[in-house]
Design a protein around this ligand. Sequence first.
Ligand code: UD1
Length: 417
Amino acid sequence: MQKLIIKGKKNLFGSIKISGSKNATLPILASTILFKKVSLKNVPMVRDVFTMLELLRYIGFKVKINYKKNSLSISKSNLKLNPIAPYKLVKTMRAGVLVLGPLLSKFKKAKVSLPGGCAIGTRPVDLHLFALKKLGAKIRIKEGYIHASALNGLRGGKINFPSISVGATENAIIAATHAIGKTTLTNCAIEPEIKDLIKFLNKSGSKIKFEGRKIIIEGSVEFKNSNHKIMFDRIEAGTYLIASALIGKKMNLIGIDPKIISEEIRILKKMGVKIRVFQNKVTVFYSPNIKNQNIKTAPYPGFPTDLQAQMMVLMTKAKGISKIKESIFENRFMHVPELKRMGAKIEIKNNIAIVKGPCYLSGAEVMATDLRASVSLVLAGLVAESRTIINRIYHLDRGYENLEKKLLKCKAFVKRV
Ligand code: UD1
C-alpha cells in the first residue's frame, strides 16, 4: 500500500495552478446520461471522476479521455443502455447516486445501489428519494438497491427540501430538466458547483433560473451535443491557501475566481494571513502571527465542511483558543486523534472541536481516514518538525490532482513510496 513521506518545515514558494472541480465534474458527468455527446475541459484526473466514468461505461456510454489535456468526451454507444448503478461502484463513491435522477428521467426506471455509510457519517439519501417522489417516481428499496420507476415519465412538481442537500438538489435539477412541465425547488443548496451544473445545462438548451435558494426548471428538454469547461476546485484552492498560510514564503494560487472563495479569504485575513486578491489569482505572503478564530461550517455561502480539517491544522498554529463547530456531518473529526498524535491540543465536545494554540507539531506515522482528513495530515506534515508518514493515501487520490507534484514544485519535500 502506498504511503506519503513528508519532511516538514520547508517553506513553500512558487505558484500552484488549481485544478478543475471534482464536485462540479461529478454531477455534470451524471447529467450526460441525457445527452448524445458531451465534451468537457478542465476535468480533474482524480479517482472519483474515474469511478463516475466507469459507471457511465457500465451503463453503456463511450468515454474518451485525454489525460494530458484534462479533457474527455462521453457519447452514446451502439450498446443497449443499462439503467443500473451497481454496488461495487457506488460503494466507493457516494456521488454515484447522482445517476438516479437522470436514469429515471430518461429510462422511466432505474436500479441504483444504496451507497451505505462512510467515515464521516451515515449520509442517507432520503432527500434524493423525497425529491424524485415529488416528480412522480415510485420507489422501493430491495436487497440494498433503490428500485425507481415512473412508467409515464417524470412530471414537474414543487419540491421544498426539508433540509439543504447538495446532492439531492443536483439530482432533482437534472431529473427535472427532462421531466414533463415546470419544477420549482425551494430550500435548495446553492453551492458554486450547482451553479456550474446549471450553467452547463442552460447552455445545452435547458431553461433554469435561480433566485436565492429557489430554482425554477422548465422541463421536457431533449439534449443533443454540448461542451463545457469545468469551474476551478474551490476546496483544492482553500486547501493550498491554508498550506500557504501555514508555511508559505510567497505563494500564488492561479486559475481561480477569488469571489467564489471570499468567505474563506475573509476568515483567513481575520486570522492574520496576508493575502492579496487579484482577478484570477491570490497571493499569500509569509504570515507569522496567526490569531485564534471561531468558525462554524455551513452550506454555501458559509464556511465549507470540506475545509474544516485543514482549518483545524491552521488553528494549531494560532495564538489562543479556536473553536470549530461542524454542523453538516455528525462524525467529521476523524483527523483529530491523528493530529493529536502529532502534538496538537484538541478537545472534542459534541460537534465542536476546541483547539489550543500555538502548539508544536512533530512528525509521526499517521493514518488517513477520508479525503479531507487525509489532506489535513499532509498540511500538518508540511509544518511539523521532522518526518511524517501518511498511510492509506488512496483517500487523497479520490480528490487531489497531482498533489505531490504541485507541492514539490513549491519546494516541499513530499515523496510517495
Ligand atoms: C457534497 C459534496 C461533499 C460535501 C457536502 C457538503 C459532492 C460530490 N460532495 O456531498 O464534498 O462535503 O456536499 O457540502 O459534491 N443528507 C440527508 N439526506 C440526504 C442527503 C443528505 O440527511 O438524502 C444530509 C447529509 O448526511 C449531511 C447533509 O445532509 O449531513 C448535507 O449533505 P449533502 O449536502 O447531501 O452532501 P453530499 O451531496 O453528499
